[in-house]
Design a protein around this ligand. Structure first.
Ligand SMILES: [Zn+2]
Ligand SMILES: [Zn+2]
Length: 533
């Protein structure tokens, strides 16, 4: 072990001890020793225990640890500390601005176990509820994680989408004669992006370096003949599987005026870019069976949102007013239920107070309605929060798992099914609890869960937050087959969160969702009927 490695191991031991609330004197001894060793100019290799003990200011106990490190690469003590700390929690200690004490707080009080979860907790405004944390700390933590993510290779679609749209807009403004479009993953609106490709029918003559420096991935520009633009657009958008299935190699002429013309020539129904993955879309297109996909404009309302009553940033009225302003017919409020203490879940008195406020607000609205909902925690045994007399006061209930993620597939599936069978559950919220690029989610048997939704007239959420997009779009087909409707929900914790609906629509389209099977594309009266069992 090099001196640096020894110092790191000592420092990590000290931090983990602090995280687990051990004796402060012992902790200080570790950090002091690590500091001292880092200043020494000679190599430890070949030193005996006696040599180490003789270094000024290093105690006997720690000398033993250093010697153990030199012998085995790790101390029994450090191993034990690591064993009782989730690896994601250890990583959290490297986030700038977070010491071991704060990480321990986040872990124990918010059940945050990875850097990805921590970022999500910042977005949900959770950190401010902890003692010693404030809005400033939360913002600093968020920025520090975002900086780290910005320097990794895979990114959420939303992050890249926004930046590339700006880049393309900028180029188009400077060179209006150029036809320019993103292709590949980006045009297929994949939930995670690791490659940016842009097709142009001419040469880019302006400098875009400044733009590209803020995009966390290299931008690959591909140039083609103007007459062949649509041919290459088609070629570069689809996966190789889609191209083979569609019979791309049979195309000889490269002159097309749009992509519809290409599918015509292939004797296929037109296939939207989002669908060109090479799954079953070509087979369906052969039989003209691809439905018209849901569009943002089809949505009639926004369900599953939070307000200041629980962990949201804006008041109920501010959220509802903004929803109305965006042209929607209804707004569903689903603050957290009482078990979600970390998110200021609503005790019964608060539920009733909120419902009174809703009645008052609704009396003043015209052609717009706030629906009384709740995001009820699904408890460990699959039951919902609140007694029956409270459950029946809601227009609808979203049931979600927020804690106790360590489950086998069997356990998680049973827990969800129990909740689905509850007569008051209307929508199953973020079914797997996954966070893209951060946390895989608990394993579930999708078929069993969706079958249970079908049997109990429960709708499935497609959580539209770009970090979640949960249920995965690959399961939407099966939902449709079982006649289970999909609810595209932003899970908005602030007004701007409504705009995530766009990303939900992207994922829904990848799953081939028609508007007829989208719950919140229903007008209000039909929606209320769908909630009645
Ligand atoms: Zn939730
Ligand atoms: Zn929520």
């Amino acid at each position: 072990m090099s001196n640096d490695e020894i110092c790191d191991a000592l420092e990590l031991s000290g931090k983990l001890m602090e995280l687990h609330g051990e004796n402060p004197f012992k902790i200080r001894a570790y950090s002091n020793t690590a500091y001292k060793l880092s200043k020494l100019r000679y190599d430890f290799n070949g030193k005996t225990l006696k040599d180490i003990e003789s270094i000024e200011g290093i105690g006997k106990g720690i000398s033993g640890k250093i010697f153990e490190l030199m012998q085995t690469g790790i101390t029994a003590e450090l191993k034990e500390l690591l064993d009782k700390t989730p690896p994601g929690v250890v990583q959290m200690m490297s986030v700038k601005g977070l010491g071991p004490k704060k990480v321990g707080q986040l872990w124990r009080e918010l059940q945050v176990e990875s850097v990805g979860e921590l970022l999500y907790a910042c977005n949900e405004n959770r950190l401010v509820t902890l003692k010693g944390f404030g809005a400033k700390t939360q913002e600093a933590v968020k920025q520090s994680i975002e900086f780290k993510i910005a320097h990794s290779q895979k990114h959420h679609y939303a992050t890249i989408d926004v930046l590339v749209k700006k880049l393309v807009e900028y180029i188009s403004e400077q060179q209006p004669d150029l036809t320019i479009m993103p292709v590949g993953q980006l045009r297929r609106k994949n939930e995670v992006i690791d490659k940016i490709e842009i097709l142009m029918d001419g040469e880019k003559t302006i400098d875009t370096k400044e733009f590209e420096s803020i995009i966390p991935l290299p931008v690959n520009y591909i140039q083609c003949e103007p007459s062949e633009f649509y041919y290459h657009l088609f070629e570069l958008t689809a996966t190789p599987e889609h191209l083979v299935q569609a019979g791309f190699e049979n195309i000889t002429e490269k002159d097309f005026t749009d992509e519809e013309e290409i599918y015509d020539q292939l004797q296929l129904q037109y296939i939207e870019p989002e669908l060109r993955e090479g799954l079953n879309e070509v087979d369906l297109a052969t039989e003209n069976k691809i439905p018209t996909l849901v569009e943002y404009e089809d949505l009639k309302g926004i369900l599953h949102n939070h307000s200041l009553y629980s962990d949201g940033v804006h008041s109920l009225k501010e959220m509802a007013d903004y929803c109305k302003e965006l042209g929607f017919e209804y707004f569903g409020i689903c603050d957290h239920s009482k078990t979600a203490v970390y998110a200021q879940g609503l005790p019964i008195e608060t539920v009733l107070r909120q419902q009174q406020e809703i009645d008052k607000l609704n009396a003043d609205y015209k052609d717009f309605k706030i629906l009384k909902g709740i995001e009820s925690d699904i408890l460990g045994d699959g039951s919902l929060d609140y007694p029956e007399e409270i459950l029946k006061t809601f227009d609808f209930i979203v049931g979600s798992i927020h804690s106790g993620f360590k489950m086998t597939e069997e356990q998680a599936t049973q827990r969800l099914i129990k909740a689905i069978e509850n007569p008051y559950t209307s929508i199953l919220g973020h079914p797997t609890g996954r966070l893209l690029l951060a946390r895989p989610g608990y394993p579930i048997n999708h078929k069993k869960v969706i079958d249970a939704c079908a049997a109990n007239k429960v709708h499935v959420e497609l959580n539209a937050h770009p970090y979640r997009l949960d249920i995965d779009w690959r399961w939407i087909n099966y939902c449709i087959e079982k006649n289970v409707m999909i609810s595209i929900n932003p899970d908005a914790h602030h007004k701007e969160g409504f705009h995530d609906m766009y990303y939900g629509v992207c994922a829904a389209r990848k799953g081939m969702l028609p508007k007829e099977m989208c719950l919140n594309a229903l007008p209000l009266d039909e929606l209320l009927k769908a909630f009645k069992k």
